[in-house]
Design a protein around this ligand. Structure first.
Ligand code: RIB
Ligand code: CA
Length: 318
């Protein structure tokens, strides 16, 4: 039986790769997408999510529009990282399909409560939708099978402030609610995702397949690689969100430690910083499993093989 997953996302270049990986993985049944502000505006992220579903001939997947702003912080988007459209240089056709009418947080609540114990939620954007869903309907805490979060930086430097990772910095209050809700949670921080670098040669390999999907990946990641090179001197681009998605069906790609993890909401210079109490000074129980080791090239190879397979399928359908 495929693992039933929901994806909360701010597409976003690496988010779009996570959507494609979910659609390319027979171990998973992607049962819905909720969109959140983050890499680009909610409106643009919604268009991007719908366009990527159409690109992969997955128009049947329901997509719900969630929160436009963080719970408390002012809006922070990432055009320097993902481009003004949120998909770099890619230029997908205006989507024909429309979102469902429910708010993203209500969509998550309905999907989770309709199948208690069966849904895994993968959250790869700011946690505003997830936090709102928990506050609106606390029963989802006991009904969710698992929550996998891409976010945070434990021993790794920040990618948005010197200390904080983007998803947690954009909405630290939402992260605080979610981290302490009591849901069985796996955190996939920059400590592992920054080791997962997609190279230009990897994209060239995909382009050997005559299909719209490699062409999309090339146009989107060209922009993303320029950002990584100019801002961080990285030759390639880190694909954070597909790594988090992959751990739902290939957890062996990482090593984990169960730890008490928290996020700073004190409003000072370290706002949004995630930290783990490795020596349990605070005598608190672990609230999540944290991925701290990874086999990067094994993950990249898995990603490339799945994109090759999806590209061939999409080519036949187009
Ligand atoms: O810090 C990386 C995370 O922030 C990724 O999910 C990326 O898509 C952005 O949302
Ligand atoms: Ca994201």
């Amino acid at each position: 039986m495929p693992k039933r997953i929901l994806l909360d996302t701010d597409p976003g270049i690496d988010d779009s790769l996570a959507i494609l990986l979910a659609l390319a993985s027979p171990e998973l049944s992607l049962e819905g997408i909720s969109v959140v502000h983050g890499n680009c505006s909610l409106e643009q992220a919604t268009i991007n999510g719908l366009s990527v579903l159409e690109l992969a001939h997955a128009e049947h997947i329901p997509l719900a529009v969630g929160c436009e702003l963080p719970l408390v912080q002012p809006s922070l988007l990432a055009p320097e990282t993902h481009g003004n459209t949120g998909l770099g240089y890619a230029n997908l056709p205006e989507p024909r399909i429309k979102p469902v009418s429910q708010h993203g947080s209500d969509f998550l609540i309905e999907k989770i409560l309709s199948s208690p114990g069966e849904m895994t939620l993968v959250a790869v954007g700011p946690l505003t939708n997830v936090a709102l869903a928990i506050r609106k309907e606390p029963r989802i805490v006991g009904a969710l099978n698992e929550l996998v979060i891409m976010g945070g930086a434990i021993r790794h430097e920040g990618n948005t402030t010197p200390l904080a990772e983007f998803n947690t910095f954009v909405d630290p209050h939402a992260a605080h609610i979610v981290y302490h809700a009591g849901i069985p949670t796996t955190l996939v921080p920059l400590d592992v995702s920054y080791q997962c670098v997609l190279l230009a040669s990897d994209v060239e390999r995909l382009l050997k397949i005559e299909s719209p999907i490699p062409q999309f990946i090339k146009a989107a990641t060209d922009f993303y690689m320029e950002y990584h090179d100019s801002y961080q001197g990285i030759k390639g681009c880190v694909i954070n969100d597909p790594l988090a998605l992959a751990l739902t069906f290939a957890p062996e790609l990482c090593e984990y430690q169960s730890l008490p993890v928290d996020v700073d909401i004190s409003g000072g210079v370290s706002t949004g910083k995630t930290f783990a109490d490795f020596y349990n000074y605070e005598k608190k129980p672990a609230n999540m499993k944290v991925a701290l080791g990874v086999r990067p090239r094994d993950f990249i190879e898995l990603f490339l093989k799945r994109m090759e397979k999806l590209s061939l399928t999409a080519f036949k359908l187009s």
